[in-house]
Design a protein around this ligand. Structure first.
Ligand SMILES: [Fe+2]
Length: 475
């Protein structure tokens, strides 16, 4: 008789687990049975302490930073002063209370319907050292406020870095839960996938006000680490009925991106390199078909990607290209048909999207052989394809999108209508650890986890049938 030792049995279980977890085996996906509480989908009242206005005359508020250049040696600091423009300077330095240097920014205000904005500042700080903690001060006198940020390590292939991914956040108590969980995650920068304040869900007269409250809400993270911004449909705010016909007006005055550093001609689409990642941000709500500026730019930017410097190629876009949720079904299909061939050709590692207020992760599938006169009509397993992750589950007032197509499509690996956020922890040029955390579990319990094998370095020498990515903890 065979006598299995405990160690042999453990090995057997582990090998079976990895084989069963293979991403390219086409195994059925999981629709989570987790039952989450249905919290009310209303915004936190304007006078709640979470939106507290900082004390002092003309004190800077709504402070947020974003990367200011292509490679992470610059930061853009943005803030709002309510009463008058005040100083345009940011004082900064590497020791607390010793601000040896200052930079001067710009200031502007605007009107939206019957709302008049505060004075919105943007200040570019350049020539920073890599991997350094900087302290900065904005405002003046008794109203001055101090913050800090850390610059990323120099761009390089084996530079570890931990990104957070948040989408469709809004300003409800669920949004607050998401943000508080993210603050405990150890993430160093946020990849934001669009739909910020949901101010357009309010009366015209309150829309500007709700941009202000969201700015104060997000400050607890965004003043201390860069958020890479991306637009969603709630940023469009095209309202001819009240004379507001300039799309993205509130958003563009308040949020900025380093678009010219990546040769983009619009703040709505751009790229940055940070540590070992090349991050491409696309606009779902700007023209993207052949001959348009975004199309031409993306073609050129993909050609600039150097996987020997930045092994990890990540795309952010608001509308998901693969989603099996009933909500917004196939809204991303036009962009998929235009860009998917490039995403496979360039072996994009992962594409994060929002828009659908739920969570979903795909296997590596593509649908690039289809054309209207024939060919293969269905998505097929494709080891060169990205993983598509929908993470529009930040917690806004519209609530969850809990209806999924049934049966679950083959490309869909895991889906669940809960609120949460994710982290992508890059270890080196070959491996990264991905976690999705549902709010209900607290920070320590990932509800979907994956070891990602880099699509460029991880696939070199990959054998047929070799595991591409491993699910490490799916409940
Ligand atoms: Fe959206």
């Amino acid at each position: 008789m065979f006598q299995y030792s405990k160690a042999m049995l453990l090995n057997l279980v582990l090998v079976s687990f990895v084989l069963l977890s293979s991403i390219r085996d086409g195994s059925a996906g999981i629709t989570s049975s987790f039952v989450r509480p249905q919290w009310p989908g209303v915004d936190i009242p304007v006078d709640h302490e979470v939106f507290a206005v900082p004390k002092g005359y003309n004190a800077p508020q709504q402070v947020h930073i974003t990367q200011g250049d292509y490679d992470g040696k610059a930061v853009i600091v943005s803030w709002v002063t309510p009463d008058e423009p005040g100083t345009r300077h940011v004082q900064y330095g590497t020791s607390k209370d010793k601000f040896k240097t200052s930079a001067e920014g710009t200031v502007a205000n605007y009107t939206f319907y019957n709302y008049k904005s505060g004075y919105i500042h943007h200040c570019l700080i350049e020539g920073l050292e890599y991997k350094t903690k900087y302290y900065y001060r904005i405002g003046s006198g008794d109203s001055a406020r101090d913050f800090w940020f850390e610059t990323p390590p120099k761009v390089g292939p084996d530079t570890p870095y931990k990104f957070g991914i948040i989408g469709d956040l809004g300003q409800t108590f669920n949004s607050l839960s998401t943000l508080e969980h993210y603050l405990e995650s150890g993430g160093e920068a946020v990849l934001y996938v669009g739909d910020l304040s949901y101010s357009d869900e309010h009366d015209y007269k309150d829309m500007g006000l709700r941009w202000d409250t969201w700015g104060r809400f997000a400050e607890r993270s965004a003043a201390y680490q860069p958020w890479m911004w991306n637009v969603g449909n709630h940023e469009v705010e095209f309202l001819p009925e009240v004379g507001e016909v300039e799309p993205f007006k509130n958003y563009l005055y308040r949020y900025t991106t380093p678009y010219s550093a990546s040769k983009s001609t619009s703040p709505l689409w751009y790229a940055v390199r940070r540590a070992s990642a090349h991050i491409i941000v696309l606009s779902s709500y700007s023209p993207f078909v052949k001959y348009t500026p975004q199309y031409i730019w993306l073609k050129e930017e993909l050609a600039r990607v150097d996987r020997k410097k930045t092994p990890w190629l990540i795309v952010l876009v608001h509308k998901p290209l693969y989603s099996s949720n009933v909500a917004h079904y196939m809204e991303g299909e036009a962009m998929r048909s235009v860009f998917e061939t490039w995403f496979v050709q360039y072996k994009v590692d992962v594409i994060f999207a929002g828009h659908v207020h739920a969570y979903e992760r795909s296997y590596r599938y593509s649908n690039i052989d289809y054309n209207i006169t024939g060919g293969r009509r269905y998505p097929i397993p494709d080891k060169s394809a990205p993983i598509y992750i929908t993470i529009g589950d930040g917690g806004n007032l519209e609530g969850l999108a809990s209806s999924y197509l049934d049966p679950q499509p083959e490309y869909s690996a895991f889906r669940e209508a809960s609120y949460g956020h994710a982290t992508l922890e890059i270890k080196n040029r070959t491996h990264a650890i991905y976690h999705w955390y549902r709010n209900d579990d607290g920070k320590k319990v990932p509800a979907d986890s994956l070891v990602l094998h880099n699509q460029y370095w991880g696939s070199n020498g990959r054998k047929q049938n070799e595991v591409i990515d491993e699910v490490v903890n799916v409940k």
